[in-house]
Design a protein around this ligand. Structure first.
Ligand SMILES: *Cc1c(COP(=O)(O)O)cnc(C)c1O
Length: 594
């Protein structure tokens, strides 16, 4: 754990040779106080490792230090976003975990080292996470900044970072004497580890000597999870840039093994080419990805969340009393049906009060815990359609009037370079300013992060999600809500296709041909289903119980990691990797717009 300066703990000695899986991710949410993540991908990576620690899995992980973080969000009165760096000092926080190492990048030597963060499980099992850092004397001033900004800088900077993550990560494992059987690429950012493995296999001989058998050997060691059906979410680089950063030997090897796509270096295709197992992050996302990459077999393992991380304290207390086994085995959440639903309501109310206290302290706004409160918080990207709820403000006001009061809480960051996303935040602000009913309160909370994500999913009454189908690969915030007894109201996309039992775990917003109609469906569902259910405390209490018993039991990373272990990392029979995949019906898959 991070600690104050001068008290950096020394690393516990671990026998790393026992680690059979190396998990690579550009971002990992390790602790609330470290800015090493931006959103869903990093939270998933962190939750995966927390479940690995709880269940004693033989895993280690590699990422970058991100000394200046993603960013802290500031919003002015109009919702105009500005950003500032979140600076931290790994050398004052974490024990060193390597000597100074180097790889060749940009035609010169890039020096780096690793710091170790330990993820500690319920029984003390440690998952070491190695954070690579290039801020080292002897590097050029530019190279010293390469591990500063998560998703910052230009395409060239990004490729350098991905070079360090993949090639540097493999170099680190060599120096530590670790030879994992499986290398798991959590998204394409880490795909260059395949080239690192190829270089290692050739033991100093030039890459041009690599044969198809060498490529096959690398493939046997790699597993790849793809995370987005949004085409812009797949990193690609021009061939000149690839040669400039990686050098001609690596560039021509990537080309020779057919890992380019449309004449570009594409990290997703590089990962696909060199993996023996590929998956999407929810059942539908696997199918959509299968259509995007018809020449590769794509499986599905639906995401989850780490229950102990995302449950509110009062909910954890309740479960510790009633079903203590949940800590090591989340299947016990099914027994929530044996708990008096009013105890669940009571625990939820405590979390709601805590959330409202936080909001009061941060914004001065006072909210009423008796009123229905809807939460909408996520990365602000255009496909997430944050302002759909405001298509028809008069109808929303009427719903609020009928309830005697409605509260809506928003939060979310737009990527600093995403001007369309930033405009969406301003849209929500201006829609809120135009509301003209004292019964409807809308609050946009600044700087959506782990802490806020936790408090919101713990304490609101309904979790709203309105993505444009089929762009939501999975989504995990609704899973956090479900664990806390909070039903979702969502478009049937991503995980919700699997999680929605209408009127039981939440509600679906029906598809429509255009956005106004879809907004109409959203209002209709609020009027006809959500409001009547809310007005019957007994019905609502049962909905809370169903959310946990039905969805909490499944949408957790203990279950998810188990599926990775038995289907991807160490399949008991080769049939998992060799069955002919049934390609789903074209008509059932919404078109992916290029
Ligand atoms: C859980 C979480 C996310 C991911 O949620 P989605 O449902 O995928 O949008 C993003 N950011 C933070 C801070 C989170 O806690």
């Amino acid at each position: 754990m991070p600690s104050s300066p001068n008290t950096v703990p020394s690393a516990v000695v671990l026998d790393l040779t026992e680690r059979r899986v190396a998990y690579f991710s550009m971002e990992i949410a390790l602790s609330k106080s470290l800015p090493t993540y931006s959103g869903g991908l990093g939270v998933l990576a962190g939750d995966t490792l927390r479940s690995a620690a709880d269940t004693g899995a033989p895993i280690l992980a590699v990422s970058l230090a991100h000394r200046r973080g993603y960013f802290e969000q500031h919003l002015d009165a109009q919702g105009q976003q500005t950003e500032s760096d979140v600076v931290w000092f790994p050398e004052k926080t974490l024990p060193a975990a390597s000597d100074i190492l180097s790889i060749s990048l940009q035609g010169r030597e890039l020096k780096f080292r690793a710091w170790r963060f330990d993820v500690v499980g319920v029984t003390g099992h440690i998952i070491p996470v190695f954070l690579l850092d290039s801020d080292i004397e002897g590097n050029t001033p530019y190279d010293r900044t390469l591990t500063d900004h998560l998703y910052g800088g230009d395409n060239y900077y990004r490729l350098c970072q991905e070079g360090l993550l993949g090639l540097g990560g493999i170099k680190l494992l060599q120096s530590l004497g670790v030879k994992p059987e499986v290398h798991h690429m959590n998204e394409g950012h880490a795909a260059l580890l395949t080239i690192g493995l190829l270089e290692e296999r050739l033991a100093g001989a030039p890459l041009r000597n690599a044969t198809d058998d060498d490529a096959k050997a690398i493939q046997q060691q790699c597993v790849f999870t793809t995370h987005t059906p949004v085409p812009a979410g797949h990193d690609q680089f021009g061939l000149d840039q690839m040669a400039a950063v990686l050098g001609h030997e690596r560039a021509s090897t990537i080309e020779r093994f057919g890992a380019l796509h449309n004449g570009l270096m594409n990290m997703t295709y590089l990962a696909l080419r060199f993996s023996r197992y590929v998956n999407g992050v929810a059942m539908q996302h696997g199918k959509v990805s299968q259509h995007m990459f018809p020449e590769y077999k794509v499986h599905s393992i639906t995401n989850g969340v780490h229950a102990a991380t995302w449950l509110s304290a009062p909910m954890k207390d309740l479960f510790d009393r009633e079903i203590p086994e949940w800590r090591h085995d989340n299947q016990y959440f099914r027994s929530v049906y044996g708990i008096d639903p009013w105890k669940i309501v009571e625990a939820h109310t405590a979390a709601k009060l805590r959330l409202f206290q936080t909001i009061k302290a941060r914004t001065g706004v006072e909210l009423d815990p008796k009123l229905l409160t809807i939460g909408f918080a996520r990365r602000v990207a255009t496909y997430k359609r944050a302002s759909l709820l405001f298509k028809d403000p008069a109808r929303l006001e009427a719903i609020a009037e009928s309830l005697g009061g409605l509260q809506i809480l928003y939060a979310g960051k737009a990527h600093p370079a995403d001007n369309a996303g930033k405009a969406l935040i301003r849209d929500v602000f201006s829609a809120a300013a135009r509301i003209n009913s004292s019964k409807l309160k809308i609050v946009y909370l600044e700087n959506y992060d782990w802490e806020l994500g936790e408090q919101l999913t713990n304490g609101v009454d309904v979790w709203l999600n309105t993505p444009l189908r089929p762009y939501e690969a999975s989504g995990t915030s609704g899973m956090k809500a479900a664990l806390n007894g909070v039903p979702s109201l969502s478009v049937l996309d991503g995980w919700w296709i699997e999680g929605c039992a209408e009127g039981i775990t939440g509600w679906a917003i029906e598809d429509a041909d255009d956005e106004s109609q879809e907004a109409g469906n959203l209002y209709a569902k609020l009027e006809k289903a959500v409001v009547p259910a809310w007005q019957s405390p007994k019905v609502w209490a049962r909905i809370r119980q169903h959310s946990i018993a039905v969805n909490g039991t499944f949408f957790n990373t203990h279950r998810m990691l188990g599926q990775y272990v038995s289907n991807a990392y160490f399949p008991l029979s080769s049939s998992v990797a060799s069955t002919d995949q049934e390609i789903p019906d074209e008509e059932k898959i919404p078109a992916v717009v290029a």
